[in-house]
Design a protein around this ligand. Sequence first.
Ligand code: ADP
Length: 620
Amino acid sequence: MSTHQFQAEVNQLLQLIIHSLYSHREIFLRELVSNASDAIDKLRYLSASDEAYKSVAFDPLIRISFDAASGTLTLEDNGIGMNEADLVENLGTIARSGTRRFLSAMAEDKRRDSSLIGQFGVGFYASYMVADTVSVLTRKAGEEAAWLWTSDGKGSYAVEPAARDGHGTTVTLSMNDDGREYLSSWRLEELVRKYSNHVAFAIRLSWEEDEYDDKGKKTGRKKAKDEQVNSAQALWRRNKSELKDEDYVEFYKNVSDSEEAPLLWMHTRAEGTIEYTSLFFVPSKAPFDLYRADYKPGVKLYVRRVFITDDEKELLPPYLRFVRGVIDSEDLPLNVSREILQQNRVMNNIRSASVKKVLSELKDLADRDREKYGAFAEQFNRPLKEGLYSDFGNRETLMELVRFKSTGADGWTSLAEYKSRMKDGQKAIYYVTGDAEERLRKSPLLEMYRKQGVEVLLCFDEIDELVIPMAGKYGDLELKAVNRSGADKEFEGQKDERKEKDLAPALARIKAALGDQVKDVKLSSRLSESPSCIVVDEHDPSMQLQQFMKSIGQSEGIDVKPILEVNGDHPMVSALASEADESRVADVAFVLLDQALIVEGAPLKDPADFVARMNRLIAR
Ligand code: ADP
């Protein structure tokens, strides 16, 4: 026998599970059943696809039994099983990187939002909420040796050689006081129906009952009972007409490891040249790993009811990575490898039809239920925007689906709604980019638009900088960034030639004082209250994009200079025309530039210099 220590993260996870999921401790059964079903899936897949396993013929079996007298609950499967190395790897460490990351994020974040833990499969370790000790007797398919793993979940576990008939795994829980309530046939049956009804394999419950005679008296003997307790049907294969909302919700909770009902689902059976069934769900909350490169994909691939993979990021494009569900193909080969999947014609067809389906259902929701779609946008608008640059073929639909905050409406607004509110003669859709909604709402760049009653979209996601210019147009309307030089051309009618002439010398002096800090100094037609603002040249990257590029270490050649625009009606600027003192002109010039940068949320090159100039101006 050898004794091992749990990896530190396992102890951490155990603590977390016990503290945050205790009131849901019944989920331990769902987790064990799901492991058993996965193990059978894996073996079925191997026996169908791998020569070495061709001879393993087996009838899938998941059996739950219990014995109230000894206080034990047993869950047995004849799936793939584990050898000694698998046991150490799987039940002594946390193999899944997503879980590990989650734990370290939790450790750093003192708020410890443990509700998040409900978002992913806590798995095997949930057993320790109901059991004092857990033992795992297991034998791997194709191997002779069997192993017994035991642990009380308090830091260490033991592994020793054992004997087992045939491949598979038997997990035995010695229940603690809180676990004893589950040693009852009706309770277990209830739990299986609640959480595991649509596990594709039969789940049998076996137990012994007191035997009664005709007169209703105990005979003193025991009677063995054995019943199948789930429907054992892949839900997605059933007809929509037979399925109730509750069935979908329950199934979703199973496939997504989530406790919350989904926002939306779409169930499709495609018949014809390519046959497949898909069942997709849109969660009501964004998964915690939505913005992590190592996110866990949410769609499982089956081929003719045989589970193939739940770890394939290419089943749907990355911008739809929040979608959960199942694709079950009739046409793919069982031994489909990752490489094949990526180039396979059948898979490509399924993928593109699935994307179209998801997008059209979302469009439908948007048209039908504004409020619910708003809830969707709150969670998933940002990933959808990624589609604007990665999915050219669906760009038009995506343009209808993405939402914006705006100066012209509360909440989220669509481009179609913006268009319907446009002023007569307005030729473009205006937007401003920046790093925060509140800052944008106060930006001096919007002054003229506000005055003229022209609506501006507020874009404060990092990716807006990349995707909106790339999208370029909505129908025949150009999308114009107001923080770019030239966007105000439409309003040039208001330009005052005489003022331009009067102020030309002042502009020249500001420009001379600022030197190579700016690309140009111009008289602005977009300011009314503020003295200055900065814009970037029509084809230069914006300030935010420059900062973003720097933050990811790509600073080369990115230091583009801004254009300073000044408000000729503002006394700070107009007074310069008659100012004799060159050093005062320089102070004003730098303050005009620096305050415009501050309002933009851009860093100052020399804050001390700004303060000194400011103080000099105030002191006069
Ligand atoms: P998860 O199932 O989410 O990966 P668990 O902690 O439940 O996490 O299980 C860890 C690993 O242990 C599984 O990924 C699997 O490799 C292995 N395992 C658990 N239960 C079984 C079982 N009944 N048969 C075979 N392997 C199992």
